[in-house]
Design a protein around this ligand. Structure first.
Ligand SMILES: Nc1nc2c(ncn2[C@@H]2O[C@H](COP(=O)(O)OP(=O)(O)OP(=O)(O)O)[C@@H](O)[C@H]2O)c(=O)[nH]1
Ligand SMILES: [Mg+2]
Length: 443
């Protein structure tokens, strides 16, 4: 199980209320311990840097030797008087929780090594409490004791991460010809711009996208040239034909998955410029483990020879019950000129001829779905995106474009109605809710 899928316990971290000097020392200590005990561990470096960013640490000092470390541990594990609440508090439990999380999560032998190293640094009178805290972390012992109050949030995050790693993993591979919208579809499911999408050929190798147990605003990207929290510009830097990429982020699902999820983005199979792309995708189709295969069809370009060849290949190589067909880009259809219903029927007929008795066909606009999710989560849209959004809100409000009616009735139930009810309704109309139900709803 890959550590990159862990959510970092930062949003309500107790240190956020501490004076800046304490935050800086706390971060210095974590950073020093990561450098000492997890040299070369890119995830630990990334994670500790997120702590630094969250605590707004600008300048770091260095803890050079054991004496410095000991002094820092003693200061940070002491009882301190909190004037705002007129009571004593301590950071020793959250400090220990963070150290164990960064250095030894899910690694029993490392846990022992870290505890053996840190424990002697803690004052004797505090050791009993620390032992009880470790017990609470690992054995889920009662944590209602007042002494752990400051670390309750961390314990909760620890347990959510620990529960998450025990979930089964659902693996979904996405394939199509070039530019059908594979990467846009994956972004729509995740609800963020994470995989590169463009008019030109852009996915040049496999990209593995992992979900996380809860949102921590930390997107981990592992590629040959980058490790760390990424933004749109950095995603764009991923060169064509770059190596395999691994991304971990919380999935903003309309239908929250009850499992870990790994979505595998693959290159389009018919690139004339890069014949190697077909080889990469075919090898993935043959060698990867996946529970579902999403085959994306561009509804505005149905019936090409390349499409037919790839469909034939999939029909021969992949068990038919694994395949979900997504009929994408239906926002491009025009009332009076195109018929969504007829297109679906045409695709169904073709698939019958290839041996699919009852193919699952999901009509969708991945682009609109992505805009809707980003809007729902208050991501700033560019001016162009906002214009598109306004246009498509109008378009998908018309009954003719309501794609939810092509999904079974049961799949429209339980549509979340919390904040952004309008966007949730649109999420259903553009087809994403129905698709997510098929992927994650156990239907
Ligand atoms: N209008 C519209 N455009 C879409 C939709 N989905 C994808 N696109 C656009 O189609 C183009 C290609 O999308 P990608 O997601 O990069 O396609 P891809 O299948 O990943 O492409 P390759 O990785 O190059 O094979 C981009 O310009 C997307 O914005 C959609 O639902 N509607
Ligand atoms: Mg792509």
């Amino acid at each position: 199980m890959c550590k990159i899928c862990m959510s970092l316990p930062l949003a309500e971290h107790p240190l956020l209320h501490a004076p800046q000097a304490v935050k800086t020392e706390y971060y210095d200590l974590l950073r020093t311990l990561v450098a000492q005990h997890a040299p070369g561990d890119k995830w630990a470096e990334f994670a500790v840097a997120r702590y630094g960013a969250k605590f707004a640490v600008e300048e770091v000092t260095s803890l050079h030797n054991y004496k410095d470390l000991l002094a820092a541990v003693r200061r940070l594990t002491a009882n301190r008087f909190r004037w705002s609440k007129l009571c004593f508090c301590t950071f020793r439990y959250c400090l220990l929780g963070d150290i164990l999380f960064l250095l030894a999560f899910n690694n029993a032998s490392q846990v022992k090594a870290v505890i053996d190293y840190i424990y002697p640094m803690i004052r004797t009178r505090h050791r009993k409490g620390v032992s009880r805290f470790i017990e609470a972390l690992f054995n889920r012992a009662d944590m209602k004791r007042d002494s752990f109050k400051s670390a309750r949030y961390l314990i909760d995050c620890w347990r959510r991460n620990a529960d998450f790693i025990n979930l089964p993993e659902k693996r979904i591979l996405v394939t199509a010809t070039v530019s059908a919208g594979k990467s846009t579809l994956i972004n729509a499911i995740i609800g963020k711009n994470l995989t590169r999408t463009s008019q030109e050929i852009c996915t040049g190798n496999l990209c593995y996208l992992h979900n996380k147990p809860f949102e921590d605003d930390a997107v981990y990207l592992r590629a040959s040239f980058n490790n760390g929290n990424v933004n749109d510009d950095e995603i764009k830097k991923i060169k064509r034909g770059s190596e395999v990429t691994c991304i971990a982020s919380h999935v903003r699902a309309l239908v929250p998955p009850q499992s870990r999820v790994c979505i595998i983005d693959t290159p389009g199979v018919n690139s004339a410029l890069n014949p190697n792309h077909r080889k990469i995708t075919r090898e993935a189709l043959a060698d990867e483990n996946y529970d579902r295969l999403i085959y994306v069809l561009d509804a505005t370009k149905l019936g090409t020879d390349d499409e037919f060849a790839h469909l034939q290949y999939i029909a021969q190589k992949v068990p038919k019950e694994k395949v979900v067909f997504v009929l994408n880009k239906l926002d491009g259809f025009k009332q009076g000129e195109d018929s969504i219903k007829e297109s679906i029927e045409r695709v169904r007929d073709d698939l019958h001829k290839m041996g699919y008795e009852n193919p699952v066909i999901c009509p969708l606009s991945a682009y609109v779905a992505l805009l809707i999710k980003r809007k729902l989560h208050n991501d700033g849209l560019t001016e162009d995106e906002q214009d598109d959004y306004d246009l498509y809100v109008k378009k998908f409000s018309q009954p003719a474009y309501d794609l939810s009616r092509y999904y079974a009735e049961a799949r429209r139930e339980n549509l979340p109605t919390h904040n952004g009810a309008d966007q949730n309704a649109l999420g259903s109309k553009c087809g994403l809710y129905g698709l997510e139900n098929i992927l994650f709803g156990g239907i």
